[in-house]
Design a protein around this ligand. Structure first.
Ligand SMILES: C[S@@+](CC[C@H](N)C(=O)[O-])C[C@H]1O[C@@H](n2cnc3c(N)ncnc32)[C@H](O)[C@@H]1O
Length: 425
């Protein structure tokens, strides 16, 4: 009797069929329409069940595609994606997305007039984008919006998030390997060579200080990304904020305080101290805070490498998207100052680290893990810094003060929370 051979391709195809069936049923149960590529399509849901199905389906379809192509074709494709990003860069730079009418179509000549790009170049860029369902060529030389292009046209934050990647980081990323080679022979007193510095001659922060219009776009991109990731709802759901009552939440490196202000709107009694080294951001936050919240929100200039001035009746210290900007030795210094402050608070006072926490390999879907690993390399490119796993955070906390212990992990991608307490003897 012939042995039935297992087919990995067929198993993947069956898994894809099953998962797609579950996903379609989920959409139907939620009363949602199936997504399509037209500009009229509705957005896919973002609840946990949908995301879990989406992630497994993306892993399975990616595996099937990779196996079917084989490594040579797969890698040839993959190593050419920067040319596709270059086409996107042109479309953003020449403002294609907003040049399009919301409804109806536009013809090449009109698009050339509105954008200033040569008529001969437009179809070369457009046809590559159309292959990604970004715009559609409805008849030769005539295009309409799709769901992808209209999403970008109508969301300024998302466009900012796309363009800061395609401008600043696209260039900087190509300097990573040479910059790492340069650090090998670098003397310790020279400014650290990062890929960003190697591409632009200055650090990321100096660059934004010298180019305020890019700095403003970066700020818009951060808002776009946090809306995209649903960061606020995740932060709210990750901790029992109500248990803090009227105590102060100290938002260390809180920037313009946008997260604390959003929390203050929900937590009716909590007080907030927003600390940052950047006076401009503090002023911007102070000016935009509504009168109704002003008696519960204080803005304060503070450098987190110096002793923490607020302690005692503190509900929680919040460090949101701070550690990923710094190398290990700097993060240890930040934690040390907070450990001193925690010594002078109630033992129940937590330090809440709100960051993308890199999952251990294999513990989450590859779709999720990849987002974390892309961010990790982005931090290396931009600042010579990194994203960290729970274990890596615990090591740094221990080095700062052996009494600092992670007591709870709310691990989410993109953002999670580590709840840290200072153990008392
Ligand atoms: C990535 S932003 C995060 C801002 C805010 N926590 C959020 O989640 O939107 C990093 C913040 O750290 C601030 N920062 C940088 N160095 C600092 C320092 N030495 N002391 C205090 N804040 C600092 C920056 O000004 C910036 O607002």
């Amino acid at each position: 009797m012939a042995l039935a051979t297992k087919s990995q391709l067929l198993e993947l195809a069956q898994e894809i069929q099953e998962l797609t069936g579950q996903l379609v049923a989920h959409l139907s149960d939620a009363g949602k329409k199936e997504p399509n590529f037209t500009a009229e399509s509705t957005e896919v849901p973002s609840d946990d069940d949908y995301n879990a199905l989406r992630d497994r389906l993306c892993d399975a379809t990616a595996d099937l595609e990779q196996l079917v192509k084989g490594p040579k074709t797969h890698l040839r494709d993959y190593f050419s994606t920067h040319h596709e990003l270059a086409a996107f860069q042109v479309a953003f730079d020449f403002e294609f997305f907003t040049a399009f009418p919301r409804d109806g179509s536009i013809e090449i000549g009109e698009l050339a007039q509105r954008t200033g790009l040569d008529e001969e170049l437009i179809p070369r860029v457009m046809r590559l984008l159309c292959l990604h369902h970004i715009f559609e060529e409805v008849s030769e030389g005539r295009y309409t919006h799709t769901h992808g292009s209209i999403t970008l046209a109508e969301n300024e934050g998302l466009r900012a998030a796309a363009t800061y990647q395609l401008d600043e980081y696209f260039q900087a990323a190509s300097h990573l390997a040479p910059s790492l080679r340069a650090t090998i022979s670098q003397s310790p007193d020279e400014p650290k060579v990062t890929a960003f510095r190697s591409a632009y001659g200055v650090s990321l922060f100096e660059f934004y200080a010298r180019h305020p219009e890019r700095g403003a776009r970066f700020a818009r991109a951060m808002i776009g990304v946090s809306q995209l990731n649903n960061d606020f709802n995740q932060l709210l759901g990750c901790y029992t904020w109500d248990s803090l009552g009227a105590k102060a939440i100290v938002d260390v490196g809180g920037g313009n305080g946008h997260m604390s202000v959003a929390l203050a709107k929900v937590l009716k009694y909590a007080r907030f101290v927003i600390q940052d080294a950047n006076e401009g951001m503090l002023n911007q936050g102070e000016m935009s805070t509504g009168q109704d919240l002003k008696n519960r929100i204080t803005f304060m200039r503070h450098d987190f490498f110096t002793p923490q001035p607020i302690f005692g009746d503190v509900g929680a210290y919040l460090l949101r998207q701070i550690t990923h900007n710094w190398a290990d030795e700097d993060v240890i210094k930040i934690f040390k100052e907070l450990a001193h402050a925690l010594e002078n608070c109630d033992p129940s006072t937590p330090l809440l680290i709100n960051e993308l926490i890199i999952p251990e390999p294999g513990s989450r879907s590859r779709f999720e893990e990849r987002i974390g690993r892309q961010m990790d390399i982005m931090m290396l490119v931009a600042l010579g810094a990194r994203q960290r796993s729970r274990a890596q955070f615990q090591t740094l906390l221990m080095k700062a003060d052996p009494r600092l212990k992670i007591t709870k992990v709310h691990d989410g991608i993109p953002m999670g929370i580590l709840e840290v307490h200072l153990a008392r003897g």
